[in-house]
Design a protein around this ligand. Structure first.
Ligand code: ADP
Ligand code: ASP
Ligand code: MG
Length: 424
């Protein structure tokens, strides 16, 4: 029987300095001593990815995406080499690998490539030789042998993909918080750690912008039955387990809130109100791989024209505006307006399926704070509103109170039991 295999992924802050790399490597060494085979996936050190993007922009305001990926992938190569050296220095036999060496194959969509296959033979061989393997997260190789990256925060995807192909017993996402909270604990100090969260809820929270996890990571874990745990890199707390909804588990009306300030609003002005217009706009955006969130089309007035407003990531804003300008040049719309001063606030909970009045409660809490809602969007287990960016944090805290998510103040004794939350 081979020893049980664990994939440990360490985030950027956790490997941000040489001293921290040593602390993380010590954790890996302990797991190896306890009789596990270990594959480590690392992010780039600290803010390295942001710094590389800023560097690229100093030489070209719109860096070509192929070269940007080649540049960004270097961040993870640095931490991979250093982490492997740290393990070896502790007497743990180890080997570090880039995505190319491990065979993490992707499509050719630079900056947001998708994994198409993982050829795990090299890692399996090293594991069989008794080595801990360290793999560079976030990167892949396209069919044309170009270096690709998988999207921001996507070292988690690398970790889950490796856990899936290698049949790991669990995949630990080790980070600078000790689990998943009811809201970002850096913004809402009264937020509470969840003991467990369902795949569906964390996927909605992630897709609404909760930085701690990405939708694709959870999708992949769910598809391949990978046991996914989010916990602190430094510490021994239980973390949060991402799991199937348990039968008989009652559904919490709102289990988490997300504030996203990384998006912008685009308004296509005076579009002709006739068949094919929405298709013309959104096909252009899709062709350029721009993901669009909330879309609102007003009822047309006497002019026979209407405005179409939609939300995109700020990083895609200039591409989106260019697309719309193309339509304006073709006479299909009068103009375009962009607004980066917005925030999207979302509430997520499985219980919304069965409980009425959640939207009313949300809007009332915002009204009491005199916060104006610009756009609304709902799904079965989520309600999102677009509000002025300046009101974002105040709105988030108000909703956290309104949905009774606040935990006891720090130091006031035993925290409320999370298991109760999953049932109540
Ligand atoms: P890493 O660098 O380890 O990949 P990230 O910085 O990407 O970690 O994600 C962790 C951060 O996510 C935390 O520091 C926290 O501020 C933020 N975060 C946002 N929403 C939540 C949430 N609901 N629960 C926990 N952390 C959250
Ligand atoms: N270094 C990459 C980023 O900052 C990937 C990751 O950290 O997961 O987005
Ligand atoms: Mg990260």
């Amino acid at each position: 029987m081979p020893k049980p295999l664990v994939v440990q992924k360490f985030g950027g802050t956790s490997v941000g300095t040489a001293e921290r790399i040593l602390r993380c490597a010590r954790r890996t060494a302990d797991l190896v001593s306890a009789g596990h085979r270990v594959v480590v996936v690392v992010s780039a050190m600290g803010q390295a990815t942001d710094e590389l993007i800023a560097l690229a922009k100093q030489v070209n305001a719109r860096p070509p995406e192929r070269e940007l990926d080649m540049l960004l992938a270097t961040g993870e190569q640095v931490s991979t080499a250093l982490f492997t050296m740290a393990l070896e220095g502790m007497g743990v036999p180890a080997a570090g690998f880039t995505a190319h060496q491990v065979g993490i194959r992707t499509d050719g969509v630079f900056t947001k490539a998708r994994i198409t296959g993982v050829d795990a033979a090299r890692v399996e061989k090293a594991l069989a030789e008794g080595k801990a393997c360290v793999v560079a997260g976030f990167q892949g190789v396209s069919e044309d042998q170009d270096v690709t990256t998988l999207g921001r925060g996507a070292s988690n995807i690398t970790a889950v993909a490796l856990a899936a192909v290698l049949g790991a017993e669990r995949c630990e996402i080790l980070t600078d918080v000790d689990g998943i909270y009811t809201a970002d604990p850096r913004v809402v100090p009264t937020a509470r750690r969840l003991e467990k969260i369902s795949h569906e809820e964390i996927m909605e929270l992630a897709s609404m912008g909760a930085q701690v996890m990405q939708t694709r990571t959870v999708e992949l874990a769910k598809k391949h039955n990978v046991r996914l745990l989010v916990a602190a890199s430094f510490g021994s707390g239980p973390g949060t387990l991402i799991c199937q909804k348990e039968p008989g588990m009652e559904e919490v009306v709102v289990s988490g809130l997300v504030l996203n300030t990384d998006e912008a609003k685009v308004t296509v002005q005076a579009v002709k109100d006739e068949p094919g217009m929405a298709s013309a706009i959104f096909e252009e955006l899709a062709l350029r791989h721009i993901n669009v969130d909330i879309i609102v089309q007003n009822v047309s007035g006497a002019t026979g024209c209407t405005d179409v407003t939609f939300i995109v990531a700020k990083t895609d804003l200039s591409k989106a505006v260019d697309c719309v300008k193309g339509l304006v040049a073709r006479g299909l719309a009068r103009g375009v307006a962009a607004d980066e001063g917005i925030a999207k606030l979302s509430a997520v909970g499985l219980g919304m399926r069965t409980h009425a009045g959640v939207a009313a409660r949300m809007f009332k809490a915002l009204a009491q704070e005199q916060i104006n809602i610009q756009m609304i969007s709902t799904s079965e287990i989520k309600i999102s509103v677009i509000i002025p960016g300046a009101d974002g944090q105040r709105a988030l805290k108000a909703l956290h109170r309104a949905f009774e998510l606040d935990g006891p103040p720090a130091g006031s004794g035993k925290p409320k039991k999370d298991s109760k939350r999953m049932k109540s």
